[in-house]
Design a protein around this ligand. Structure first.
Ligand SMILES: Cc1cc2nc3c(=O)[nH]c(=O)nc-3n(C[C@H](O)[C@H](O)[C@H](O)COP(=O)(O)O)c2cc1C
Length: 360
């Protein structure tokens, strides 16, 4: 471990009075009823990072852990769910990427294990997938990148939405969390539980989004340096050293090849991605690959690059996917410490705002 990782523990936030915590629980009630957790805080699935150890630690701490299936085969997912179950008896979810070629087998694996919540990421769910997940008794959570799509997803029967702004780590859309929350919460928060993600590093922001109508929040970056996270010490050290401005979005270099931007800490791998895009664009030009295959190659590139950094610790050439909240990651600490800091800050913020407002 490095000296940076061993930095002194966080100052304990000023304890909120009971009123602040009561109000926080009331604002989160819809989210906690939906998730079955103590707090409506999802640990956003992060490929290679969100595996049995971090997921069970988040659920055991009262949050809601989510396994990142990423590019796992159905067999691997099967083992990961079983191993997570062995570490926690609290609820947790599984995140599946819609473009995974074995999506329907992965849905079957979740159903066999009685997974209660499936999060579908990476685009609109393919026909039939929602019904198959729901037929297993699981709840479906989808990402909604814009209001019109959110309404479409509600009509198609999803049970909850995540709205994720461009401050987030990993694949991102073009709009910030604060704008998405203002545009979408007034229209959809009454229809189904909505969880806000992207750029959340402290409890005050959690309190703010709850007051705007969110049922809860989803955080990724803030959990990467948890003691329980298996991310390589070099990966964690890069997070602890970084500030918000180091987490930059990738740039599309070729008009013919639309790539979903990825937010990550800047390193030599950032330039390597530019070269990779040129290589794949060349393959399209020479008709060696179709567009769908080209985009899949880009996604495989990211999965490999992320593994290289998270697992092997190659923080120079691998991908250091991180959100702008990385500047608020100060040390390695147990998930329970991260959770109680967030809860303490949120409750204190609500208690400072007084007791004028009532919640149902
Ligand atoms: C290292 C890393 C890997 C991620 N991998 C995935 C993934 O595989 N699937 C997914 O839906 N989201 C992924 N995300 C996004 C998170 O689930 C979460 O929504 C996001 O981190 C929230 O924003 P924040 O980073 O500002 O907290 C990833 C994020 C990070 C930082």
């Amino acid at each position: 471990m490095t000296d940076t990782i061993d930095a002194p523990a966080a100052a304990i936030p000023t304890p909120a009075d009971a009123g602040g915590e009561r109000r926080l629980r009331a604002l989160m009630k819809r989210g906690t009823d939906f998730l079955g957790s103590d707090w409506a805080i999802l640990g956003g699935a992060m490929s290679w990072v969100s595996e049995r150890n971090l997921v069970s630690a988040i659920s055991n701490a009262g949050g809601f852990g989510v396994i990142a299936c990423g590019a796992m085969t159905p067999d691997l997912l099967d083992r990961e769910i079983a191993a997570t179950r062995a570490l926690t008896d609290r609820p947790f979810g599984v995140n599946l990427i819609t473009m995974h070629p074995a999506l329907s087998d992965l849905i079957d694996v979740c159903a066999r294990h009685g997974v209660g919540h499936v999060v579908l990421a990476g685009g609109l769910p393919p026909a039939g997938s929602l019904d198959r997940i729901k037929a297993s008794g699981a709840k479906v959570i989808c990402f909604a990148p814009a209001l019109a799509l959110a309404k479409k997803l509600v009509r198609s029967g999803v049970d909850a939405l995540v709205i994720e702004g461009m401050e987030a780590g990993g694949h991102i859309g073009p709009v910030s969390t604060s704008v998405l929350a203002q545009e979408m919460l007034p229209d959809v928060a009454d229809l189904l539980p909505v969880f806000v993600a992207g750029g959340i590093g402290r409890g005050e922001a959690i309190a703010g989004y709850l007051e705007m109508g969110a049922a809860g929040v989803q955080l990724g970056t803030r959990f990467v340096c948890a003691t329980e996270s298996i991310a390589h010490p070099a990966f964690k050290k890069a997070f602890i050293r970084a500030s918000a401005r180091d987490a930059v979005a990738s740039v599309q270099v070729d008009d013919r090849l639309p790539v979903i931007p990825v937010r990550a800490l800047k390193n030599a791998g950032t330039e390597a991605f530019t070269a990779k895009q040129r290589e794949v664009a060349g393959l399209i030009d020479s008709k060696a690959v179709e567009m769908a295959e080209a985009q899949l190659q880009i996604e495989h590139y990211w999965a490999g690059a992320l593994r290289r950094a998270v697992i092997d610790g190659d923080v120079e050439h691998g991908s250091l996917m991180a959100g702008q909240s990385v500047g608020m990651v100060k040390r390695e600490e147990p998930v329970t410490a991260i959770m109680s800091e967030l809860i303490g800050e949120a409750a204190a913020a609500l208690s400072r705002r007084g007791t004028g407002a009532t919640v149902g």
